[in-house]
Design a protein around this ligand. Structure first.
Ligand code: SF4
Length: 363
């Protein structure tokens, strides 16, 4: 089934197929479990994905899909009581050298501290929480720059001014002496972006960075990130539930549901020809300029289930329009490649003989 989006609705990024880029990060079969008083919960159930160098990968899905946990795992900062229990996160730190497995590093060790903040930056949904209210913007930027570079105080200040100017803060030299509460929400998010980029990271993880902002400011921040990526050539992992933003910014898309990637591929092919019923349902639920007058947006039936009550087989089956009884509620879908560069976990795309074999010949 075709998406209702047209090329006019899809942003410039998705309007042309993205050329293949070498990987910066390769996540393989990553598992994260939360150990609570009520039992353990699998937050990530074998996530595999690649973040290409110099491209934007958008991770999309409803709340509770595991998007943010995936970002935190890359920073080796899974919040307690969570723990990485299996899998690897290979980071190609130096060209031509063997990658570093982030899951094998001490989260508080020197190597991980150099990577986190220095080589992989983070901007989050709530800039107020990321900025200290008791230190000036200048002090916070100077400290971040000097932690990850060899710059002296004067050079660090000059670099901070340069970064604030780059993200569009007017009179940046003067504003170094201001506190975070003296800025608007949009300006605070720009400062967080400047802070995250001040050590020249190779990857920026942007975790719902526009969710708390009004529509106009959201658009400005998305434009800013697009411009900075083009100028600096960094990779961006953009975590969002907003497919409108994804259409603007993504080179690659990974769709998550209940701790698994259910579909991944290049942005244009996913918007034009989504394969997984969950991706199709997400696309039907976004407004487009081309929707017919009076045409109704469709919501996805039901809710994301509690991880304590994970449905059997395909975890999307209670909400899926294409549910096949006896198959979808019994077999966990495995990854299939319906076309080069696309990976989908859905029995609609699996080989029927393989399904029969998995069911023991009883289907
Ligand atoms: Fe729907 Fe079955 Fe595919 Fe799951 S495996 S998405 S229930 S068709």
């Amino acid at each position: 089934m075709q998406s209702t989006l047209t090329p006019a609705d899809i942003g410039s990024k998705a309007a042309a197929p993205a050329p293949a880029a070498p990987p910066l990060i390769e996540i393989d079969d990553l598992k994260v479990r939360f150990f609570t008083h009520d039992g353990s919960i699998d937050a990530l159930e074998g996530v595999s994905l690649t973040i290409p160098q110099g491209k934007t990968l958008c991770i999309v899905g409803e709340s509770g899909s595991g998007k943010s946990i995936t970002g935190r795992a890359i920073l080796n900062q899974v919040p307690r009581p969570g723990k990485i229990t299996d899998g690897s996160i290979r980071y190609y730190r130096t060209a031509g050298a063997k990658p570093v497995d982030i899951t094998g590093l001490d989260p508080r060790g020197a190597q991980m501290r150099a990577i986190r903040g220095g080589e992989i930056g983070l901007i989050s949904q709530e800039p107020m929480a990321a900025l200290s209210p008791v230190h000036t913007i200048g002090n916070q930027m100077r400290e971040a720059i000097r932690l990850h570079t060899r710059l002296g105080k004067k050079a660090a200040d000059a670099h901070a001014i340069e970064m604030l100017a780059k993200v569009g803060i007017p009179r940046p030299a003067e504003r170094l002496n201001n506190y975070s509460f003296e800025f608007s929400g949009g300006m605070r998010q720009r400062i967080c972006i400047a802070l995250a980029l001040s050590a020249s990271p190779r990857l920026l993880i942007a975790d719902e960075p526009t969710t708390a902002l009004d529509v106009t400011t959201q658009a400005n921040i998305v434009d800013l990130l697009l411009g900075l990526q083009e100028e600096l050539g960094i990779s961006i992992m953009f975590i969002t539930h907003d497919l409108g933003v994804v259409a603007e910014i993504a080179d690659e898309i990974a769709v998550m549901y209940l701790g698994k990637i259910v579909e991944q591929g290049d942005s244009l092919s996913i918007f034009r020809d989504p394969k997984h019923p969950y991706t199709k349902a997400l696309l039907r639920s976004i407004p487009t300029f081309t929707r017919e007058r009076g045409g109704r947006l469709q919501t996805i039936k039901g809710m994301v289930p509690s991880p304590f009550q994970r449905p059997s087989g395909c975890t999307f089956h209670p909400r899926c329009d294409a549910f096949m009884p006896g198959i979808c509620d019994r077999l966990v879908p495995w990854p299939v490649e319906p076309q080069p560069g696309r990976v989908v976990r859905c029995h609609l795309h699996a080989d029927r003989a393989e399904i029969d074999r998995a069911l023991g010949g009883r289907a």
